[in-house]
Write a protein that binds this ligand. Structure first.
Ligand SMILES: [Zn+2]
Length: 275
């Protein structure tokens, strides 16, 4: 009898939680930003946080989230652009050692050469997003369809999953791109921490940038931008993960972060930090 009562109570709680979650769906179309010359800074400065992120402790225990880390934990989404490359397999080893899950924004014409790496990403729990087919600035194209969808197709053909996240090269996007993404099941993901790994190519500098960049330093809900086409970036990740783990962070994919902190990624919407 007691078991039945508990089951009924749990069902009621689940229904209430579902209702709350449903209402928290972010309002699409709130965010629109014209492209500018400093994608890195503007992405961080723009404060794009379409997600109303505050959820009650009860919601964090929703049954839908049982396979995810406790929503009360500090979370970071590491992201890697421009690959895959010869260094990506080593990066996957390091992520596995740290039990970290990451998101790879792959370039279509590179991804064609690494089908096994793409499959491994999926098998090991990582997320694959796209970064266009040829790393084109989408705001400068007359026809964005091929650049976006060809990359999605490459990943689907190799790894059997259809990516739903896109990081526009340089962080450049406009209303037309958002509209296309909304119609094609793609959410735009920028970043809140730019490690500038491509610029310094130095482990210490990468770590220093990640931790000491004022409002743009690593924090709960950060989406961190790195690149898996430099050996030094992979070395830096090993240390970055160890340091962040000591501070109690868990490392999740962008979609996991959005699921834990909101109703999940909304097509056409733009994200850079989810608190
Ligand atoms: Zn890029």
């Amino acid at each position: 009898m007691g078991v039945i009562l508990i089951a009924m109570l749990a069902t009621c709680v689940a229904l209430v939680l579902f209702g709350m979650r449903y209402r928290e769906t972010p309002d699409p179309g709130v965010i629109a930003r014209a492209p500018d010359n400093d994608a890195s800074e503007s992405a961080a400065m723009s404060g794009l946080m379409p997600v109303s992120a505050k959820e009650s402790p009860a919601m964090e225990e929703s049954p839908a989230e049982q396979n995810l880390p406790d929503g009360g934990e500090k979370l970071i989404a590491l992201t890697f652009d421009d690959g895959p490359s010869a260094y990506t397999a080593g990066l996957l080893d390091i992520l596995a050692e740290h039990e970290a899950y990451a998101t790879f924004f792959v370039v279509g014409n590179r991804a064609e050469g690494y089908p096994e790496t793409l499959r491994r990403m999926v098998e090991e729990g990582h997320e694959i997003g796209t970064h266009t087919y040829s790393h084109a600035d989408l705001t400068k194209l007359d026809d964005i369809r091929d650049e976006i969808l060809k990359a999605v197709d490459v990943v689907e053909n190799a790894a059997g999953i259809r990516p739903t996240l896109i990081r526009p090269p340089g962080g450049y996007y406009n209303a037309e791109i958002q509209e296309f993404c909304a119609k094609n099941e793609q959410s735009l993901v920028l970043w809140s921490v730019d490690t500038m790994d491509w610029k310094s190519r130095d482990v210490e500098t990468i770590l220093d940038t990640a931790f000491h960049s004022g409002a743009y330093s690593v924090a709960d809900g950060s989406i961190v931008l790195m690149h898996d086409i430099y050996e030094v970036s992979v070395e830096a990740v090993d240390q970055l993960l160890a340091m962040l783990a000591q501070e109690g962070y868990r490392f999740v994919t962008v979609s996991q972060l959005l699921t834990l902190r909101s109703a999940g990624a909304v097509p056409g919407e733009v994200y850079n930090r989810v608190t």
